[in-house]
Design a protein around this ligand. Sequence first.
Ligand SMILES: [Zn+2]
Length: 218
Amino acid sequence: MPKIIVPMGAPGAGKGTQARLLQERRGLPQISTGDMFRALARAQTPLAQEVRAVQSAGKLISDELVIRIVEERTEHDDCRAGYILDGFPRTTVQAEMLEELAGKQGHEIVAIFINIPAELLEKRATGRRTCPVCGEIYNVYFKPPISEGVCDLHPEARLDHRSDDIPEKIAVRLDTYEKQTRPLLDYYEASHRLHQVDGTREPEPIYEDIEKIVNRKS
Ligand SMILES: [Zn+2]
């Protein structure tokens, strides 16, 4: 049965990287609600006009409207062998709606949780430094430059530290994520659709695990 893949994981867990690998190697399209809303802003379909009317009235886009947008997009031929979702579902109500859509499409939902301890995510983010000249990314904990604070190739350049990557801001990001996602994780756990992979490793071994899950017969 074709799979609807729902990648899950905290910011920095590597969801984007894994989705890109799945897209490149399996040819599965990534269906991003953010991209769809940007496309709808320009489209001339009845659905696009409806979305614009809601937005210009300053109202929130309802779950029911979001699922219709997802449904319209995933009825295209490129989604027949399955697809990867990005930005959806965000709530258990949306997850239930997706369940219904999957039934209609004859697809199976597979939620993949890239699990990384918060402590490691914090170090990855707070330790990150970037060379302003070549863009090389260092990490003071895991991949420090030869001399502290400067790029190996550009000793004249002080490495940048993003102001968002301070511990307080990261703690807030992770906390927000946890609060928003916990109910969804519980939902997928209870419906036996949740698969966990160890996200502390490099992207390739993580991808191998994900591929095994996606290949599983259902
Ligand atoms: Zn450099």
